[in-house]
Design a binder for this molecule. Structure first.
Ligand SMILES: [Fe+2]
Ligand SMILES: [Fe+2]
Length: 144
């Protein structure tokens, strides 16, 4: 399995976790929504961690491209983290509208973010880095 396959699969899983949380919010099942949202948040943060702690530093080291795509990706991760915090607060307050509107913003952000990774950053990583070693190192951080 290469880097592109490994991390693209994680994007798909996170999309599914979000869809499940959103369904529970729409159904007004707040207990279940909290549990499902926690899973989504935890897995998404783990995915970000694999990129920020393993992939991006190696990409920067090997390609010498430090102020490029990896910087943009880190900034977008921060935006996503803020939106997830907003969603968590909305859940606490059982505020469906705020949750769904922040969720919509997050999905648009992540869709564009993931597309850039899947089409540009991951293929470049597969081209320049040791994919087996990267996948193994990311796997050690846990399962998304
Ligand atoms: Fe990312
Ligand atoms: Fe990603």
């Amino acid at each position: 399995m290469n880097i592109t396959q490994y991390l693209t699969e994680e994007h798909r899983k996170c999309d599914t976790y979000y869809a499940e949380a959103e369904k529970a919010v729409n159904a007004g099942d707040w207990e279940k929504a909290k549990e499902l949202f926690n899973t989504f948040k935890e897995k998404t943060l783990l995915h970000f961690q694999k990129e920020e702690d393993v992939l991006f530093p190696e990409f920067e080291r090997v390609t010498g491209i430090v102020m490029g795509p990896t910087q943009v990706m880190r900034m977008e991760h921060d935006q996503a983290r803020q939106l997830m915090e907003e969603m968590e607060r909305a859940l606490e307050q059982k505020d469906k509208d705020t949750f769904l509107s922040a969720g919509e913003s997050l999905m648009v952000l992540l869709q564009q973010h993931n597309m850039k990774e899947e089409q540009i950053l991951y293929p470049m990583s597969d081209q320049h880095l040791d994919a087996d070693r990267m996948v193994e190192a990311m796997g050690k951080l846990g399962e998304v």
